[in-house]
Design a protein around this ligand. Structure first.
Ligand SMILES: *Cc1c(COP(=O)(O)O)cnc(C)c1O
Length: 225
């Protein structure tokens, strides 16, 4: 399927999810996750009008960034980031979605020359295989980040488990929104925390209904090979 065709379908579903939840589709940012696909397919994605791209591994990120750095694309690092690799991405990313520990924040702070937009990753489902902070550790962690002037917390991110139970998925997204609301209400200058990066190919409509501002879509947008 052409990316443009997939995108039209996704936009239609976004529109309906927004109608169901009285939201404005303009508040939903689609991050095209190109980790599965080639440079050619990534070009097609940009040509289809996607302006936010996401990669979860350093190699793929650098390859795509290097190739398309002249394009007006915003670059999102969405995967687990090892501290020693921060220096390789720090001048190239527009947002890091996987901030989940102090050592990583410290390294970002040290390597960045300007504040970097970060999403704090939360493990709302409690699955052992998932990265991210436990919900009750998020607030103290964000308070601790105050000392890092180059770490700017724009929001929270989560990955929901691969399950079909829509109402169960909804509880996880709602949980993330509740944590976000609590943090945003504190009005920290280093952590406005207005955004929610949640929702992937199989669950983005529910995520939008629960407040997602950034959905990360790979397979349903670009395909998975
Ligand atoms: C791969 C990936 C996605 C996109 O997954 P799809 O299910 O293909 O849409 C989103 N977020 C993260 C962190 C990923 O690694």
């Amino acid at each position: 399927m052409e990316v443009a065709t997939n995108l039209a379908t996704i936009k239609d579903k976004i529109k309906h999810a927004c109608e169901r939840s009285s939201r404005n589709p303009e508040d939903i940012n689609i991050i095209g996750v190109t980790k599965y696909v080639t440079i050619e397919r990534t070009k097609e994605t940009i040509d289809a009008g996607i302006t936010n791209l996401g990669e979860n591994r350093l190699e793929g990120f650098l390859e795509k960034h290097n190739h398309f750095k002249q394009e007006s694309v915003k670059w999102h690092f969405i995967g687990t980031l090892q501290s020693r690799k921060v220096k390789d991405v720090i001048d190239k990313v527009d947002a890091i979605h996987s901030l989940d520990r102090s050592s990583l924040a410290k390294e970002i702070n040290k390597r960045a020359s300007n504040p970097v937009a970060c999403f704090v990753q939360v493990n709302v489902s409690g699955e052992k295989t998932k990265h991210g902070l436990e919900p009750e550790k998020v607030l103290p962690f964000i308070e601790e980040l105050k000392k890092y002037e180059n770490v700017y917390v724009v929001g929270l991110m989560t990955m929901a488990p691969h399950i079909d139970d829509k109402e169960k998925l909804r509880t996880f997204f709602r949980k993330l929104r509740e944590i976000r609301d609590e943090i945003a209400s504190k009005q920290y200058s280093h952590a406005p925390c207005n955004y929610l990066s949640m929702g992937m190919s199989n669950d983005y409509e529910i995520a939008i209904e629960e407040g997602a501002t950034h959905i990360r879509i790979g397979s349903k947008l670009v395909g998975s090979n």
